[in-house]
Design a protein around this ligand. Structure first.
Ligand code: GLC
Length: 579
């Protein structure tokens, strides 16, 4: 019996029940974001491995253009492209050598202009990856900066003034010595080949003259150059950007005992992003800003429109079966969405709710459905496991982002997979070619398989788009249905209210409400293999219920207390509208 089938029993009675925990009000504030982005769902494309049009084994822009109808057919509103700029590719293109040039292996700037225009033609928006916390060491700014003679770019990066004297002990940064003829050590941001751009120090140590203040003229000049980069791509037709390592720009030093530590200074960093927000508002009012910050209360404070809820304690426990930490031998616990049923949704919820409450109405938190830095969600998971994860992802508030290939359940490939361009495991196993058809290279490329950027999934039953197109019950079609549902139900809008209803430590299911005015939708998730039961209250009146998506389950309502008891089969979910 499902909610729909028992609805008749309720139909005559309108009950008003007061939830003991949280109250559904149906109230919400829409954050100040460009109109097109208010309710947008994004698709993430990794240019290396989406579609290879010229048979060289690496994806390219023409290939992406040829697949835009497919992307549109998913029901998404916008696309985020990982970096496609000129680069020596020591970190998959995050190490930018020329901000103003598309990497030749992907095509030309003209191709990019066409890509943006073709996406727009189909009613989709596009954002690019704006990488400002560092460049490649092959960037001409850094090459000039590494010179012995002082020049315009000497202070564009963070250099100490004596190669023999180590800088104070680092906390969130470290220094590399011996590069170029300059007598100093430079601060790296991630890999050694990614020198940190100089956004200055909030409290420069007067004894360390190389620590420039955040308003030093050279720091400000560098910032102006970065603004021009933004203008260039916005003029090309981009609708906004995702900012890489957004929170890590300005530096600060702290002294503990005799030791000094470096850290990033978020308050000063925010001021830079506010300037960028003002720039967009003045020059590109439809421009959209997405942060890789993992600090929504900071990032959404009049800076970004969206922040990824990503590098958080709760995130790995939520989705990651084997996070990179597990691959490195340290277990992170159990994902709530694993059939083994050992997860704990309250860990995630505690950190999520703290951020959600602080940022409601100011901007969106995004729970990415996979990305290029984590193991794929399809990591020893079935399509059903994934469907339940997507039911969650597409019914939570904020802007959903889905990583290419996850809509067909592409798998995380083994840890023995070749490492390429700084994609150490598990990132390599999550960046393999998109699987379009059965047969050669799974339709990604006509190249000899040995020439592929990364090998394709060798499994005989590797999922592919063509097969799933023909099956109405495929994960692909179910993903489409979930995206369509999000768009058609006002209560599932990005900005609509979110109220946890049943979330108990180490227990299943997880139940929450989404609400917009009088529209209320309940989402119930029981990813574990065993059945589960929950009793809860909702405080809104309803006559009947309608199952919008998911599986059948039993429900009873106690007339006296108004309590609802649901019994859900193992591995099931239900998205239910209260009518
Ligand atoms: C961001 C990118 C990641 C890259 C890192 C350093 O976290 O998402 O792929 O390696 O920045 O560049």
């Amino acid at each position: 019996m499902n909610l729909k089938s028992i609805a008749a029993g309720f139909s005559a009675i309108i009950l008003s029940i007061t939830a003991s925990a949280q109250v559904i009000t149906g109230e919400y504030d829409i954050p100040k974001v460009p109109e097109w982005a208010k309710n947008a769902v994004f698709y993430q494309i990794y240019p290396q491995t989406f579609c290879d049009s010229d048979g060289d084994g690496i994806g390219d822009i023409k290939g992406i253009i040829s697949k835009l109808d497919y992307v549109k057919s998913l029901g998404v509103d916008a696309i985020w492209f990982n970096p496609f700029f000129d680069s020596p590719f020591q970190d998959a293109g995050y190490d930018i050598r020329d901000y103003y040039k598309i990497a030749p292996r992907y095509g030309t700037n003209e191709d990019a202009r066409q890509l943006f225009a073709e996406a727009h033609k189909r009613g989709m928006h596009v954002i690019f990856d704006y990488v400002v916390s560092y460049t490649s060491m092959e960037h001409p700014w850094f090459q000039a900066s590494a010179q012995q003679e002082k020049n315009k770019y000497s202070n564009y990066y963070i250099w100490t003034d004596n190669i023999w004297v180590d800088p104070p002990r680092e906390f969130a940064a470290s220094f590399i010595k011996g590069y170029g003829m300059r007598n100093g050590q430079y601060m790296r941001n991630f890999y050694y080949c990614q020198p940190a751009l100089n956004f200055g120090f909030t409290n420069p140590d007067p004894r360390q003259k190389w620590q420039l203040p955040v308003d030093h003229p050279d720091v400000l000049a560098m910032r102006e150059d970065l603004k021009d980069v933004l203008r260039f791509w916005m003029d090309m037709g981009a609708d906004g950007f995702r900012a890489d390592m957004a929170g890590a720009l300005c530096k600060t030093t702290r002294t503990f005992g005799n030791e000094q530590f470096f850290n990033t200074n978020e308050n000063a960093t925010k001021l830079f992003w506010r300037e960028i927000r003002r720039l967009l508002e003045a020059e590109y009012p439809d421009g959209f800003m997405v942060a890789e910050w993992s600090g929504p209360s900071e990032a959404l404070d009049d800076c970004f429109h969206v922040d990824f809820f990503h590098w958080f304690n709760g995130y790995n426990d939520l989705f990651q079966k084997e996070s990179w930490r597990i691959l490195n031998g340290v277990s992170e616990g159990h994902s709530f969405f694993d059939a083994e049923g050992l997860g704990n949704i309250t860990d995630f919820l505690a950190s999520y709710m703290a951020q959600y409450e602080q940022t409601k109405g100011k901007g969106y938190i995004s729970l990415p459905l996979g990305n290029h830095d984590n193991a794929r969600l399809g990591n020893k998971r079935t399509d059903k496991d994934l469907e339940i994860i997507y039911a969650f992802g597409f019914t939570m508030p904020g802007v959903p982002f889905i990583y290419y290939g996850n809509e067909i359940g592409m798998k995380q490939l083994p840890t023995s997979w070749p490492q390429v361009e700084g994609a150490y495991q598990p990132r390599n196993g999550a960046r393999t070619p998109m699987q379009w058809t059965p047969g050669k290279n799974l339709g990604f490329s006509t190249a000899d398989p040995s020439k592929l950027y990364l090998p394709v999934d060798p499994a005989p039953d590797a999922p592919n788009v063509a097969d799933q197109e023909n099956n109405p019950n495929s994960l692909l079609n179910r993903t489409r249905a979930l995206i369509a549902l999000r768009h058609s139900e006002p209560a599932l809008a990005n900005y609509a209210e979110f109220v946890p209803i049943y979330a108990e430590k180490n227990a299943y299911p997880f139940v929450y409400a989404r609400a917009a005015g009088k529209d209320v939708v309940l989402v119930m998730l029981n990813p574990r293999a065993e059945a589960s039961q929950a009793t809860f209250n909702v405080n809104v009146p309803f006559k009947k219920t309608k199952l919008l998506a998911g599986d059948k389950f039993d429900v009873k309502r106690d007339k006296k207390t108004g309590n609802v008891t649901i019994d859900m089969p193992g591995q099931s979910y239900a998205i239910v509208k209260l009518l």
